[in-house]
Design a protein around this ligand. Structure first.
Ligand code: 0WD
Length: 256
């Protein structure tokens, strides 16, 4: 398809071929988008470059960006501005919490662990939106990735659930701020998908199997479904949608 023909989209958060951001990158590529990918670790950069070559995707740029570091964010978007100029979209698919806080009681969360989760998983969207909007001179879309643990108590998701609640509230406040520039901000709330980060959440396998048992569609959510929903939100097809959280979870969230 050509839904994103001639659009330049920045994708943050491809760590490996299992990353949700990788599924998104493929969907966007298949829709004709020019991709700019950011990575945090050198290790991820190498994986990323191999993945791109293997899939015959030629990105416009591959740029380092550690969302924990304001200078790194500024520098990344400055480089993008200098080399590419205008961008039309941004995908934020980044989160982090210490694994020892993704089990047991939320009540035991440390101050440091709380702040780390908020910093990388929620504040980072604010910081990157602030830089990215400067390059969205023709309007655009920003899409982040969230999870049901923001709305409900999902055992073990704990501090990350609270960070996702902040992330979703940020989507709404940011949508109001950047809406006047024709920029939309939305979130995809995906069902459980096996990735590197998911390994850190204890009891993850049960979360997956319950989707097959209880969700209206009675099947797992995959990368392509999240990729295509993100593609929709970035595209002109969603030009009337902002501040929204779109569940891509086989309908699981409607069930009691
Ligand atoms: O079931 C799941 N896997 C779900 C994930 C269900 C619903 C939502 N999500 C969300 C996650 O919470 C996250 O926001 O999707 C997003 C992507 O998660 P993922 O694809 O499951 O995770 P993964 O493949 O591990 O990618 C996470 C990446 C990191 O990889 P590296 O190895 O490079 O650290 O998050 C990025 C990074 O790419 N990341 C950072 N990027 C920049 N700066 C940072 C950072 N400080 N920390 C983590």
């Amino acid at each position: 398809n050509t839904i994103l023909q001639d659009k330049t989209i920045v994708v943050m958060g491809v760590a490996n071929n299992r990353s949700i951001a990788w599924g998104i990158a493929k969907s966007l590529h298949n829709a004709g988008a020019n991709l700019i990918l950011t990575y945090r670790q050198e290790r991820s950069k190498q994986k990323l470059e191999k993945l791109l070559a293997k899939n015959e995707i030629k990105p416009k740029m591959v740029v380092a960006c550690d969302v924990e570091d304001d200078d790194s964010i500024k520098q990344a978007f400055q480089e993008i501005g200098e080399q590419v100029g205008t961008i039309h979209g941004l995908v934020h698919s980044v989160a982090f919490a210490n694994t020892d806080e993704l089990q047991g009681e939320y009540a035991a969360t440390s101050r440091d662990g709380y702040l780390t989760a908020q910093n990388i998983s929620a504040y980072s969207l604010v910081a990157v939106t602030h830089e990215a909007r400067k390059l969205m001179t023709e309007g655009g879309g920003i899409v982040t990735q969230t999870y049901l643990g923001s709305e409900r108590v999902v055992p073990n998701y704990n501090v990350m659930g609270v960070a996702k609640a902040a992330l979703e509230a940020s989507v709404r406040y940011l949508a109001e701020d950047v809406g006047k520039d024709g920029v939309r901000v939305n979130a995809v709330s995906a069902g459980p998908i096996r990735t590197l980060s998911a390994k850190g959440v204890s009891g993850f396998n049960e979360k997956m199997s319950v989707i097959e048992e209880k969700a209206p569609l009675r099947r797992q959510v995959d990368h392509d479904q999240v990729g295509d929903a993100t593609l929709f939100l970035l595209s002109d097809l969603a030009r009337g949608v902002t501040g929204e959280v779109l569940h891509v979870d086989s309908g699981f969230h409607i069930m009691a």
